[in-house]
Design a protein around this ligand. Structure first.
Ligand code: NDP
Length: 324
């Protein structure tokens, strides 16, 4: 039985990845900064929290990282922990850089120190590419980060590449574009839109305030993206992969689709709020997943319209369950 350690298990991806690995027969361990206080709401929703061993780990504290790795003795480590919001990174740049780029360095050092053949996955981001003017970014596209978050993810990418090259560690980065699900926190715009639209459909007369809706993103379905993470660690040699749908859709199209699923017109319910614009913004991003398709056999199933519909259906079901 393989053992996996998932750092940042309480988040959206941590929950779906845990379910995938449990289904594959793995023994799954997960970390939170304070595992005693964490509620593991997402793991509860998936009904798997009792099948996981939890540990507290502060990624920016080398002793804590080394201690957990030594106790768990994992075959695979998935690093999903860190400050994950682009918007918040403009307000917490130091926290963002530390959690995303010092954290992975501690993991790489700890693996090197223990001299165990541990395979490491690091959560990179398509945000690192910056604005590609609508061109699909692939593994050879240079990084031009436009937020503290993207800078931290680009830094972490090069740390992983350097340790793979210099110390022959099996370490790779998945450069994932946006992926959504009902487990996305409301701080993220997709979930903010879905929740507000569902409340409006259920009778609320509120208005939904949004920033720049002309931006375009490559939106995928989170449960499919965690499969790619696992596939990356099953290859003969470690490598980096772009994971995306290959299609970019505007936020306006996402909003329109959400309201359309609910038989509403978005223009009646949405107001523009310039205070929600970011200091610097990527207008369009798009990823090219051909290498992942060719080497990993990974293929996207759900694209933006499906993602919006699935999120609305889940939210309406959850509202109905609460009312019932
Ligand atoms: P979440 O924000 O849902 O989860 C991240 C986890 O990291 C949290 O559960 C939290 O765990 C921990 N964490 C949060 N802030 C910090 C911090 N400041 N220091 C240390 N740990 C922290 O993220 P997702 O599951 O959506 O994403 C997983 C990873 O993939 C993240 O690194 C994200 O940046 C990256 N990514 C995500 C994309 C997406 O579209 N979802 C796209 C590209 C990359 P706890 O509070 O329990 O310690």
């Amino acid at each position: 039985m393989k053992r996996a350690l998932i750092c940042g298990i309480s988040g959206q991806d941590g929950a779906y990845l845990s379910r995938l690995l449990l289904d594959k027969g793995y023994e799954v361990f997960g970390t939170a900064r304070d595992a005693q206080m964490a509620l593991f709401h997402n793991l509860r929703l998936l009904g798997i929290q009792n099948r996981i061993g939890f540990h507290s780990m502060a990624l920016n504290d080398f002793r804590s990282v080394l201690q957990v790795i030594t106790r768990v003795k994992p075959d695979e480590i998935y690093n999903l922990a860190g400050q994950s919001s682009v918007g918040l990174s403009f307000d917490q740049p130091v926290e963002t850089l530390e959690s995303n780029s010092v954290g992975i360095l501690n993991l790489l050092e700890a693996i090197r120190f223990t001299e165990r053949p541990i395979r490491l996955y690091n959560a990179g981001s398509g945000e690192s590419f910056g604005d590609t003017d609508g061109d699909a970014a692939d593994e050879d596209t240079p990084f031009r980060p436009r937020s503290p978050y993207a800078v931290s993810k680009a830094t972490a990418f090069w740390e992983v590449a350097n340790y793979r090259d210099a110390y022959k560690l099996y370490a790779c980065t998945g450069i994932l574009f946006n992926h959504e699900s009902p487990l996305r926190p409301e701080r993220f715009v997709t979930q903010k839109i879905v929740k507000a639209a569902c409340r409006i459909a259920s009778g609320s007369d509120e208005k939904l305030s949004l920033g720049n809706i002309s931006i375009s993103r490559d939106w995928g379905w989170a449960p499919e993206y965690v499969q790619a993470m696992w596939m990356m660690l099953q290859q003969e040699a470690a490598d980096d992969f772009v994971i995306a749908t290959g299609e970019s859709r505007s936020l306006e199209e996402f909003v329109a689709q959400v309201f359309e699923v609910l038989s509403l017109s978005w223009r009646d319910h949405v107001v523009a709020d310039p205070s929600l614009f970011r200091p610097s913004e990527i207008m369009i991003n798009r990823g090219n997943p051909s290498k992942a398709a060719r080497v990993l056999g990974w293929r996207v199933v759900h694209k933006m319209r499906d993602v919006a519909r699935l999120m609305v259906e889940a939210e309406m079901a959850s509202l109905a369950a609460r009312e019932g």
